[in-house]
Design a protein around this ligand. Structure first.
Ligand code: NAD
Ligand code: WQD
Length: 349
């Protein structure tokens, strides 16, 4: 299939291009590079040994999208494009709602005008809020998000559900990612945050490489085995492969599940490993695998954080035949390989 990847120059998108090519698909990438660097795409080309089309454009720019759909026969879209910094979304709610929501509105409209009604949407475990059930299944009710970023995911899920309900020709796949970390084994591509990292693993790797003095651990008085927050970390390459597996829905949706005919076309999956690791577990695993010490201090809880979040990933296994292959050691090893080989990310060359 030919897949349009919006936001394909970013962390998850760049890894997904590689897995799509390995599975025999091809891509067109559109990204405005607001949170990424074209160098990532050059390195992806090096890894796959092939060039692919890239358009530097904003997905809110209807004319650019229209031109792309006219130029290429696109079978499906994977929408990664979006702003994702939780803290920033609290201080710039309008910018987040405008970019993330409007981007998808324009994209969906252009898609239907061109008769392309297959979309995979990057959603997030954040839509569960403080989850009612652990491990979280897809039946777990969605919850109260604690920030505008999370609400954009929750609301866009609803938009996509409504679009699919109104026109059953649409195939909509909502992938709820848990906590992606790790990097491609080549060490050529990885997560490249702007400024001070918000997320745990880039903070750990930047501390290890000497860019940060010490890791601040946000609270050690949660109701978890060691008091620090527990999450379901998933290797970004496993996550990328989850997208390839989800394309099955577009090839033959009748094979996917035992849904009634009138329900076909909407698919929701958790993409995680099903294992929960605390902040201290991750720090210890990182130190052990890589032989690097991570100095840390315990800080106040971070507002909006929850104690525990990990999923039951069995639906994706049963219906898509996908399950995560990598464990926490590989995630720590590959995150460090990327950071140590590229101390300043894509700016180092
Ligand atoms: P990323 O920031 O690395 O990638 C997103 C890409 O979208 C960037 O390259 C950015 O330049 C681009 N972009 C943003 N707005 C755009 C617009 N209007 N037009 C065109 N391009 C635009 O983030 P990522 O970690 O690769 O995440 C990909 C998607 O997955 C995002 O939607 C994110 O919200 C979602 N997600 C990420 C995580 C995570 O922890 N990384 C977890 C759950 C969901
Ligand atoms: C993990 C754990 C922190 C940084 C976020 C988004 C979520 C999704 C994934 C996009 C928590 C602790 C962190 C640090 C720390 N993104 N921590 N010190 O909060 O589970 O999820 O990213 O959709 O929507 O909210 O991930 O990596 O920020 O935190 O102690 O410097 O590490 O408190 O327990 P989180 P995270």
């Amino acid at each position: 299939m030919k897949i349009l990847l919006t936001g394909g120059a970013g962390y998850i998108g760049s890894h997904t291009i590689i897995e799509l090519y390995k599975a025999g698909h091809s891509v067109v990438v559109v990204d405005n590079l607001v949170n990424s660097n074209q160098e990532a795409l050059r390195r992806v080309s090096k890894i796959i040994g092939e060039e692919f089309p890239f358009e530097k454009a904003d997905i809110r720019d209807r004319e650019s999208l229209d031109r792309l759909f006219g130029q290429y026969h696109i079978d499906a879209v994977i929408n990664f494009a979006g702003l994702k910094a939780v803290g920033e979304s609290v201080s710039k709610p309008l910018e987040y709602y405008e970019n993330n929501m409007n981007g998808v509105f324009v994209l969906l409209d252009v898609m239907r005008r061109h008769g392309c009604k297959n979309i995979i949407f990057s959603s997030s475990a954040t839509v569960y809020g403080d989850p009612a059930i652990i491990p979280i299944t897809e039946e777990c009710p969605k919850g109260q998000c604690t920030n505008p970023y999370g609400w954009t995911k929750s609301m866009l899920e609803q938009v996509l559900i409504d679009v699919q309900k109104a026109d059953r020709e649409w195939n909509v796949v909502l992938l709820r990612y848990f906590n992606p970390i790790g990097a491609h084994e080549s060490g050529l591509i990885g997560e490249n945050p702007n400024g001070i990292p918000n997320n745990l693993m880039p903070y750990i790797t930047q501390t290890a490489v000497g860019l940060r003095k010490e890791l601040g651990i946000f609270g050690n008085d949660y109701d978890t085995h060691d008091g620090t927050g527990v999450r379901d970390y998933i290797h970004v390459v496993d996550l990328a492969r989850g997208h390839v597996a989800a394309l099955k829905v577009f090839e033959n949706r009748n094979e996917i599940s035992s849904q009634r005919d009138e329900e076909k076309g909407l698919y929701i999956y958790n993409l995680g490993t099903g294992h929960g690791y605390s902040v201290l577990d991750v720090v210890k695993a990182f130190e052990k695998v890589n032989g690097v010490k991570i100095p840390y201090v315990i800080k106040e809880r971070r507002p909006g954080d929850i104690a525990t979040c990990y999923c039951n990933p069995s639906k994706a296994k049963e219906e898509l035949g996908w399950e995560a292959q990598y464990g926490i050691e590989e995630m720590c090893r590959d995150s460090w390989r990327w950071q140590s080989q590229n101390p300043n990310g894509y700016e180092s060359l």
